[in-house]
Write a protein that binds this ligand. Structure first.
Ligand code: AGP
Length: 620
């Protein structure tokens, strides 16, 4: 959602905070601001509407000098992106600056009370009440730390909050409430950085390896950072001994690697992403899936009566593919649902229900809340996620990490194919354990998975076909993506990618449903992207494509190499290599990602940071 960076040390704080905010920009980028405590101990605030780079202009006469400061990059929830609504928010007496990630659910009630007590508000944000609450506490005689802690006890909702106090011995406090906002802390050589995520800490990690010891705040914990060091406390002020965790270079590095956009780099990393997702989870001698960390015993797996897969956005599309795989290979009834719906419908969860949550970030508010509900109802819970130590991985009984490395492009790509790879492993593992898959069958499936890195590599070897297709279709304003079976959610994913980064209206639809309504939309102005690889539903989709062609629709089909017959009936073709059915959805995904990327380029869109979006949606 939003990104927070704070620095206390001896260096010029502005460039450290500025660079940290740029590295966290994937979390939100509609406005940004930095507060620096200057040499006189006064707080100097600079803000900009739009991206962090706008702060350069806000500091044209030279940025404020000081070695303590706090910055923020925002994804608006309360109040439109504007100068006044940008963080940091300062109190009436300009003694305190506050930044915030999450939602203060009781802000109206607090605002009313604070206004009655004489506080004057200048923004439309929920965050500003936090500033005034700390100010009010200090006016009542509390120290800065105690006033900050007391503010933490008064607000409702899930969030991360940080504040800096003016003065020569300035200090920064940060706390975490609920699941929405993480805070990570690094210290070295008499300096400390706090941030919403690891890339903000880069200046304090080891120069050669970019690794280091990092403290992660748990919910209900607070950290106080001064020149004397870092102190962790609970919300009653009791000190906490925190075991730092060693973070790896992969978790921290943010680099385009020579590509024009992170999204393209991440698409190109997909062969490695699927290989990493399989690493040490397949025994290639026995040709079995081997998941020693699976949190259920064989007896518990045998007793399972149902599997529920949940996620949001791209992760929901992965869940929909997973439903097919689990049902097909484990013999268990499986359903998929968006976490945002699931969490509010009081679903039946019994002790033998296995819930699988999927999420790149492991921090999506709806997914985390749905997981908590499953836990409270006594269901078995595993997560497939990319971020180690995320909320999802802490709540789940077991975590299967994607190991895709950090994904910066707001549009998920490599983590989607990594999810699909792990869902394949999971479905096969359940089938092996429950005896619903004969050895010959699971060995055949494992052999198929082993081909994935090579086949994905073939798909991305030549971008020119996708560029050419983007030229053909970039001017269309409406797209219908069609697919059946496991390719129906892939059609939805293709439409989502196009919508997100090119702002073109696109719908993903089960091809067999088209004749029940959407067919009315078809004319020569409607672009149809039809997924018709050689699988069990091929003939059915081929018929649906012919229904479209009979109504003047323009069809770009994703077909299996060698399919000249259907190719002759459509306008354009993108090919995938011949492959076994369970890995086809991973392959059909790639041309759709590439098409969306190149159309977005032709439309001159901000591919990595599309408007209105944020990488992790940590609010409802
Ligand atoms: C994907 O391209 C989107 N940015 C979005 O739909 C995303 O998948 C969704 O917000 C869920 O995020 P998660 O996987 O981190 O839970």
């Amino acid at each position: 959602m939003c990104g927070i960076v704070g620095y206390v040390g001896k260096q010029d704080a502005w460039p450290i905070i500025y660079e940290g905010l740029k590295r966290l920009e994937y979390r939100g980028y509609d406005s940004a601001g930095i507060a620096i405590v200057d040499a006189q101990g006064d707080i100097q605030v600079r803000k900009t509407v739009g991206k962090v780079s706008g702060l350069d202009e806000a500091a044209t006469t030279g940025h404020p000098q000081g070695s303590v400061g706090l910055g923020h990059t925002r994804w608006a929830t309360h109040g439109r992106p504007s100068h006044d609504n940008a963080h940091p928010h300062i109190d009436c007496q300009q003694r305190i600056a506050v930044v915030h990630n999450g939602i203060v659910e009781n802000y109206l009630e607090l605002k009313q009370w604070l206004t009655g007590a004489g506080h004057v508000f200048y923004s439309e944000t929920d965050t500003e009440v936090l500033t005034h609450l700390v100010e009010e506490g200090m006016e009542q005689g509390l120290s800065f730390q105690d006033a900050f802690r007391s503010m933490g006890g008064m607000v409702k909702g899930s969030q991360a909050i940080s504040a800096v106090l003016q003065g020569e011995d300035s200090e920064i406090c940060a706390l975490r409430l609920g699941h929405a906002g993480g805070i990570v802390v690094a210290q070295a050589d008499g300096q400390a950085i706090i941030g919403s995520d690891l890339p903000a800490l880069l200046p304090l990690l080891q120069a050669e390896s970019n690794t280091g010891q990092v403290g992660f705040l748990e919910t209900g914990e607070m950290v106080v950072v001064t020149l004397d060091g870092v102190e962790y406390q609970d919300l009653d002020g009791n000190p906490i001994v925190k075991q730092p965790r060693l973070v790896t270079q992969e978790e921290v590095l943010v680099d385009k690697g020579g590509y024009q956009h992170f999204m393209l780099k991440e698409i190109m990393e997909q062969p490695q992403a699927v290989a990493s997702a399989m690493r040490e989870r397949i025994n290639f001698d026995t040709r079995r899936v081997d998941l020693p960390d699976f949190p259920l015993s064989t007896e518990e797996i045998a007793k399972l009566d149902r599997v529920m897969l949940i996620g949001c956005g791209t992760s929901l599309n992965a869940a929909q593919v997973g439903r097919h795989l689990v049902e097909r290979y484990s013999g268990l009834p499986a359903e998929a649902e968006s976490a945002s719906e699931f969490r509010y419908r009081d679903p039946f969860i019994g002790p033998n229900t296995l819930v699988v949550s999927i999420g790149q970030s492991g921090e999506t508010a709806d997914t985390v809340a749905a997981m908590q509900m499953v836990k409270d109802k006594g269901g078995k819970l595993i997560t497939i996620c990319n971020s180690e130590g995320s909320q999802a991985s802490r709540i789940a009984d077991g975590s299967f990490y994607m190991r895709s490395g950090i994904e910066i492009g707001v549009a998920s790509t490599k983590t989607f194919v990594a999810s699909l790879t792990i869902l394949n492993l999971l479905a096969i593992y359940l089938g092996q354990s429950r005896g619903t898959l004969e050895p010959a069958k699971f060995q055949e499936l494992v052999d198929g998975l082993a081909q994935l890195p090579r086949l994905m590599g073939e798909l991305i070897a030549d971008s020119s076909v996708y560029q050419q297709m983007a030229q053909e279709y970039a001017t269309f304003d409406n797209f219908l993506f069609l697919g059946r079976g496991m390719n129906s959610p892939i059609a939805s994913e293709g439409a989502l990618k196009l919508k997100e980064i090119s702002y073109i209206h696109a719908e993903g639809y089960p091809a067999g449903e088209m004749k029940h309504g959407p067919i009315a939309l078809i004319d020569s102005a409607m672009a149809i992207v039809a997924l018709a690889p050689k699988d069990t539903l091929y003939d059915k989709v081929a018929n649906n494509i012919r229904e479209v062609k009979a109504r003047d629709g323009r069809v770009l089909a994703v077909l299996t190499e060698g399919d000249t017959q259907l190719a002759a009936d459509v306008d354009h073709v993108l090919y995938i290599p011949e492959a076994p059915e369970h890995i086809i959805p991973l392959l059909t995904t790639v041309p759709l990602q590439m098409l969306a990327y190149h159309i977005a380029l032709l439309r001159d869109r901000d591919v990595d940071q599309p408007r209105n979006l944020a990488k992790s949606v940590t609010v409802e």
